[in-house]
Write a protein that binds this ligand. Structure first.
Ligand code: NDP
Length: 478
């Protein structure tokens, strides 16, 4: 796969079905996380650009919300097909932006958005658009203009999770992607333009959260905000959105526990848990970053985990045998190294990795795959989201203790339970307060509802639940 060497200069915004000049002249650089070189440049939009995009989306809503399901389903199919045709390009772009190994990037970063758009026609058929309750006819209607704000870690996937269901049910969208990994969003805008979606149904404004994100969250012309990102920014978005009482869907951070019960296959559980912690260099909101093991098995779990970490090949995401690429940015690398040092300072036992750069990788935002053992759940590394390849192994005394530790977190996004007895695992899983949980390494299901409890957010994305997020309910008394 050839990697583009020229800087991708994107100097226009996609508003009202056209590529238009931004109102200001400021730009933001996009950096390759492996080479640390600038690979792209995008506009830093202004609140005036947001105004323009909102006006276009409002105008488009009147007619788009009245189009037939069939027409909207056809658009979804076409977008999905065009994404599939450009999957190698999208995968390579995201690998450069944030460092995921290329093969995985094509599968996940390009494959999931293709699937999300492609699943819409069928999901639309199953929405209960109308029903009768006594003398009332209940109808479901699109919520209106949706402001979508997305992060960098699975950039196009998170965009697709919002844009596809929103426009499928008849909403129009103003999207602000992450400034850190925004180039893939321009590919989607190109595709939407080629497919010929009516002007204003989808609008792209790029720039920073405090300027463009806040302009979207507080805009009176936006009917709903769908946000994915950190809990910190999610709270700010909610505060701003409250001024105009608009609904907000939040997909936020996590600190998920993987509970390995005493009758589990330890080798399989630890190995799988490590993969779920290290996916995308640990930059995954649902990463299983706390591994809970019976105290009597702590040493054995440690040995397995250390061996897996040491065998994990860190390097260039474009090399075939790389399992772990760099982190997305310098800021992120320094943050993660700081957490590793904090773990050492707070007395956790370092059994693999460490805060220093991996050998031979002095360029690129690399971090060593790290494992801490004998971690106490009150330690910073067990409470805060690190967003890097850092696993905390925490011993527990019995099943009740494991459940207590798993739930001892402000977050409630994901989790896992391992047991030789599936019914026992499910019993424990029901008591863990998270939006999703996998049993014995159950594989990710892109059509299952995804979202959090507690400070991991509210609302659900993916599959049929995603459509509900963008619908209002009206009752007509007859
Ligand atoms: P951030 O919260 O920093 O950014 C997310 C998005 O919000 C970006 O587009 C960002 O803009 C924007 N933003 C930042 N500040 C504001 C603000 N004040 N007002 C409005 N918008 C703002 O998160 P990251 O991009 O660093 O992503 C990592 C985080 O996302 C992690 O905490 C992770 O857990 C979470 N996440 C959650 C998922 C879930 O489904 N639960 C999925 C994936 C990630 P800018 O471009 O300037 O950064």
């Amino acid at each position: 796969m050839a990697v583009a060497t020229e800087i991708q200069v994107r100097d226009k915004l996609y508003i009202g079905g056209e590529w238009v000049d931004p109102s200001g002249s400021e730009t933001l650089d996009v950096v390759n996380s492996t080479t640390e070189e600038v690979i792209g440049r995008i506009p830093q939009s202004t609140p005036q650009d947001v105004d323009k995009a909102v006006a276009a989306a409002r105008q488009a809503f009147e007619s788009w919300s009245q189009t037939s399901l069939k027409d909207r389903a056809d658009c979804m199919r076409q977008i999905s097909g065009a994404l599939a045709a450009r999957s190698e390009e999208i995968g390579a772009l995201v690998s450069q932006e944030l460092g995921m190994p290329l093969k995985l990037s094509v599968q996940i970063q390009a494959g999931l958005p293709t699937m999300t758009f492609g699943s819409m026609p069928q999901l639309l058929e199953h929405v209960v658009w109308e029903q009768e309750v006594g003398n009332s006819q209940i109808v479901r209607e699109p919520v209106g203009v949706v402001g979508a704000i997305t992060p960098w870690n699975y950039p196009l996937h998170q965009i697709a999770l919002k844009v596809a269901p929103a426009i499928a049910v008849g909403c129009t969208v103003v999207l602000k992607p992450s400034e850190v990994a925004p180039l893939n969003a321009f590919v989607l805008a190109e595709i939407i333009d080629e497919v010929g979606l009516p002007a204003g149904v989808f609008n792209l404004v790029t720039g920073t959260g405090p300027v463009v994100g806040e302009a979207i969250a507080s805009h009176a012309g936006i009917d709903m905000v769908s946000f994915t990102g950190s809990t910190r920014a999610g709270k700010r978005v909610s505060e701003l959105a409250a001024q105009s009482v608009k609904p907000v869907a939040l997909e936020l951070g996590g600190k998920s526990a993987n509970v390995i019960l005493d009758d589990a296959d330890l080798q399989a559980a630890v190995t799988d848990g490590m993969a779920k912690c290290y996916l995308n260099s640990g930059q995954t909101c649902s990463a299983l970053t706390r591994m809970l093991v019976p105290r009597a098995k702590l040493e054995e779990a440690e040995r397995i985990a250390a061996a897996v970490a040491e065998q994990t090949k860190v390097g260039d995401p474009f090399e075939e045998d790389t399992r772990l690429g760099p982190l997305v940015s310098d800021v992120q690398r320094e943050r993660v190294r700081g957490y590793i040092q904090k773990g050492i300072d707070e007395g956790a036992k370092l059994v693999a990795g460490g805060a220093e750069a991996p050998d031979g990788l002095d360029r690129g935002y690399f971090v060593r795959p790290t494992v801490f053992s004998d971690v106490k759940n009150g330690m910073t590394i067990a409470q805060e989201e690190i967003f890097g390849p850092v696993l905390s192994i925490i011993p527990y005394d019995d099943e009740e203790d494991a459940i207590r530790i798993a739930n001892d977190s402000v977050y409630g996004l994901a989790g896992g339970v391992w047991s030789g007895d599936e019914e026992r695992a499910k019993r424990v899983a029901r008591r863990i307060r998270t939006g999703q949980i996998e049993i014995n390494g159950g594989v990710f299901n892109p059509l299952a509802p995804f979202g959090g409890y507690k400070q991991s957010g509210h609302g659900r994305e993916a599959g049929s639940f995603a459509l509900e997020e963008f619908l209002q309910v009206k009752s007509m008394q007859l």
